[in-house]
Design a protein around this ligand. Structure first.
Ligand SMILES: C[S@@+](CC[C@H](N)C(=O)[O-])C[C@H]1O[C@@H](n2cnc3c(N)ncnc32)[C@H](O)[C@@H]1O
Length: 380
């Protein structure tokens, strides 16, 4: 039977307690999947498949009375398994052997080369030269129409745009209407998005939270994405923001238990992620602030986060929660980056940007929402 072997050289051979600990550790696992052999002061870990969460719990139990040095030896085993970056996943276990055999596509890299990645963005004309944001715009909440205000910013000066535009649902925003004819709505939105793209740095990210109006059968997330693709941005991916709000009505009148017109229900929104010019963003290692656990959890592109519960307190009808902005900013930007929200509302993006040591620019038409955004910044 094939296994992956890891060799760990110890400073000294383990004592009697260490041998007991290794035997105890082995006893928890199916020998085919995991076992540790000892050869003088060399540990040989034979690995086929393992559930690392389970391993961690078992290790802690075994460590309880095996002494400090032996506990360290068990940590070394765990670290060495963790350091293996190539594996498959099946039923919660990492598979280290033969996992490639299950892949249906042979010679994947060569085929990828022949197809060409993000063909729609290859002809872009974006210039790889970034500029500094003028001081008067940095760390500001600006009250005005984004279409006008963004025109005052130079090209290529923003690292990341994170926003949720008005969705044209007919919400009662202070200072702007939310019930335009769809053509007019998208025309204006696309002009503002074009400005966002212009001010984005080369390698910067445009990240848009969208909730389509299902009841009007308007796939806003697709139409917005189509527009960004037309502008030769690279579609980096899509996150499903699962809000778990099961209070939506059960069925449209007249469609109960009939194929005539079943009405689909959604408890999630979409987050579309685009890159300007290139997929990789430049940044200093020291300016990374995401932890290993956060990274592991958040790259799984379905985020379960409760909706904002304080909208009444902030007197805004359509806020996203701080936890959503926190994940977006930590996963896709570095500390000190400049973050723009052109539909900043009650200032969730700008509040979180400040909290996470990023710079920010927040724009909204409503004086009232801008005042709330400034107040929240003052509390940070
Ligand atoms: C969905 S809300 C954003 C809420 C924000 N994410 C938050 O958590 O508070 C959209 C916002 O866009 C603003 N807005 C609408 N048209 C605008 C425009 N042309 N320029 C700037 N802001 C605009 C509205 O006032 C509203 O606050």
């Amino acid at each position: 039977m094939t296994v992956k072997k890891i060799i760990i050289n110890l400073n000294t051979a383990p004592d009697a307690k260490g041998l007991t600990a290794l035997n105890e550790l082995n006893s928890f696992f199916n020998d085919r999947d995991f076992n540790v052999d000892l050869n003088d002061n060399r540990l040989i870990v034979n690995l086929r498949a393992i559930d690392l969460k389970q391993f961690s719990l078992i290790k802690k139990t075994v460590q309880q009375d095996c002494g400090k040095e032996n506990a360290q030896m068990l940590n070394q085993i765990e670290d060495s398994i963790n350091a293996i970056k190539s594996y498959g996943i099946k039923n919660g276990k990492r598979i280290y052997v033969d996992y490639n055999k299950e892949r249906k596509v042979k010679n994947r890299v060569a085929k990828e080369g022949r197809r060409g990645k993000y063909y729609y963005a290859q002809q872009h004309k974006y210039i790889d030269k970034n500029s500094k944001i003028p001081d008067k715009f940095n760390d500001q909440i600006i009250c005005g129409d984004s279409l006008n205000e963004l025109q005052k910013l130079p090209d290529n000066c923003i690292d990341l745009v994170f926003t949720s535009p008005p969705y044209n649902f007919g919400l009662e925003y202070e200072g702007s209407d939310d019930d335009h004819n769809w053509d007019a709505y998208f025309k204006k939105l696309f002009l503002i998005l074009d400005e966002c793209i212009r001010v984005l740095k080369y390698g910067g990210r445009l990240i848009i939270n969208v909730q389509p109006l299902f009841s009007d059968y308007i796939p806003s997330h697709h139409l917005i994405s189509q527009h960004c693709i037309k502008r030769n941005l690279i579609w980096k991916g899509e996150i499903l923001w699962e809000k778990n709000n099961y209070n939506c009505k059960y069925t449209a009148w007249g469609s109960w238990k009939s194929p005539s017109s079943p009405y689909l229900k959604y408890t999630w929104e979409f987050i579309e992620i685009f890159c300007k010019g290139k997929l990789k963003k430049t940044g200093e290692k020291d300016n990374i602030d995401i932890s290993a656990d956060e990274f592991k959890e958040w790259v799984v592109a379905k985020w379960s986060i409760a909706p904002e519960r304080r909208m009444k307190n902030f007197d805004h009808p359509a806020m996203f929660p701080e936890a959503l902005a926190e994940r977006v900013l930590k996963l896709f930007s570095f500390k000190n980056d400049i973050i723009l929200d052109p539909f900043n509302g009650a200032g969730t993006t700008t509040t979180v940007a400040k909290k996470l040591n990023r710079h920010y620019v927040g724009i909204d038409t409503s004086e009232q929402y801008c005042a709330t955004a400034k107040q929240r910044l003052g509390n940070e």
